[in-house]
Write a protein that binds this ligand. Structure first.
Ligand code: FAD
Length: 109
C-alpha cells in the first residue's frame, strides 16, 4: 500500500484486510472508504459495493475506485480505467469480471 499525496490516491495491492490498511494509514492525514470490521478483505468488500462508516458522507467504497488492474478469465491483464464499461462493472459486481490484484482509491481527508 502507498499513498500518493500529489494525486491524493491510496494504492492498495492484493490480499489486504482493512485492519492492515488502517494500520498503515494511521500515520497519514488521509483515509479511505474501508470496511467497518478489520478482518474483512479489501477485494470482496470493495467489489461488492462496500458500506463504510463514512458512507453517509461519501457513498459506497466502490465509487472511490479510480482504477483497478484486472486479470481476465482468459489470462489477460488490463487496467480498468482504460475500459469505461469494465470500471463501471467492477463497482458493485466486481467478483464476476475477473481478479483485481491492485486498485488505487480516492483518499479522503
Ligand atoms: C464480520 C463482517 C463484517 C462485515 N462488515 C461489512 C461492512 O461494514 N460493510 C460492508 O459493505 N460489508 C461488510 N461485510 C461484508 C463483506 O464486505 C463481504 O463479505 C465481502 O465479500 C468480504 O470480502 P473478502 O475479500 O473479505 O471475502 P472473500 O470471501 O475473500 O471474497 C468474497 C468474494 O469476493 C471475491 N474477491 C475477493 N477478492 C477479490 C479480488 N481481489 N478480485 C476479484 N474478486 C475478489 C471472492 O472471489 C469472493 O467471490 C462484512 C462481512 C463480515 C463477515
Amino acid at each position: 500500500m502507498h499513498y500518493d499525496s500529489t494525486t491524493n490516491l491510496v494504492h492498495l495491492g492484493p490480499g489486504q484486510t482493512w485492519h492492515k490498511v488502517y494500520s498503515k494509514l494511521s500515520s497519514l492525514p488521509v483515509t479511505v472508504l474501508g470496511g467497518r470490521v478489520g478482518y474483512v478483505g479489501v477485494g470482496g468488500f470493495t467489489l461488492g459495493g462496500g458500506l463504510s462508516y463514512l458512507a453517509n458522507m461519501y457513498g459506497v467504497a466502490a465509487d472511490s475506485i479510480v482504477d483497478a488492474q484486472v486479470v481476465l478469465a482468459g489470462g489477460g491483464i488490463v487496467n480498468a480505467k482504460d475500459d469505461e464499461e469494465l470500471l463501471f462493472a467492477l463497482k458493485g459486481a466486481g467478483h464476476a469480471f475477473g481478479g483485481t490484484p491492485f486498485s488505487p482509491f480516492a483518499g479522503f481527508f
